[in-house]
Write a protein that binds this ligand. Sequence first.
Ligand code: RIB
Length: 308
Amino acid sequence: MPVLAVIGSLNVDLTVTTQRFHQPGETITGSTFCTYPGGKGGNQAVAAARLGACVHMVSALGEDDNGAFYQRTLQAEGIHAQTVMEKGGVPTGVALIQVDNQGENRIVVVPGANAQVDSTCVGNALPHISHADMALLQLEIPMDTVLYAAQTLHRQGIPMMLDPAPAQPLPDSLYPLLSYITPNRSELHLLTGLPTDSLDQVKKAAGQLLRRGARAVVAKLGAAGCLYMDEQRCLPVPGFSVQVVDTTAAGDSFNAGLAYALAEGQPMEQALRFANAVGALSTTKAGAQAAMPTLAQVQALLTSTGSP
Ligand code: RIB
């Protein structure tokens, strides 16, 4: 069973659906309101656990109702949460999410306890995660902590996959520590300053991240699938066509699927296709974690489309 460590955020998502996104100063009526467990770290952890990975979560929650709600979620999903700290005097992270009738979203995150995930949290977690096959990182905890975690886990020889989301510039010293960096088009644009509209442009921008030291770039292209690039290979892998309800956490699900498949020993092209399937299935229901698929559901989609 793949063992994965996720070092990142836990948010409670307050999600409304509306017909369309509105203008500044405009009030519109929404259709639904739901409260879901979310956060890029939590979403990657849950997606990986549903596939069957043994997942250790390193994060922080507030001592409030949202924190208690999230603890129950982690327990129900079978995620090891001894390394999730409880922080007094700060709220659990919250995300306000609006989803339109195309399934697209707009998100505002208030980090709360996630801002207190520090080097001490990572240091305390080391005995639990030093045997991980891979570590998954994102950018909803402080950048100093991300860098410290990457340096520490690199010394332990643990491969790392960074989801550079929400998009922000990265320290130069982080790139050489990364086995995989997985930007979407807009994150790739922010990191490189290059256009990323066409596949050729994505390839050029991905090449720049390789030159900064990342060992491989996996550009997430939404419904179009993904593009893998390392020093030897450039592999575009098409996506799956599904009925999209809510794209929230599709990227998180993709990363979990890719980490699971690689940690399981799947060859790269097969792992990328697996990750595309996990990402696509996660968009078929409302909420970040509601549609995250089981291994059987991923295998069913792969089989029905004639994939290995
Ligand atoms: O990637 C989706 C996630 O982004 C949501 O669950 C929300 O919490 C924000 O962190």
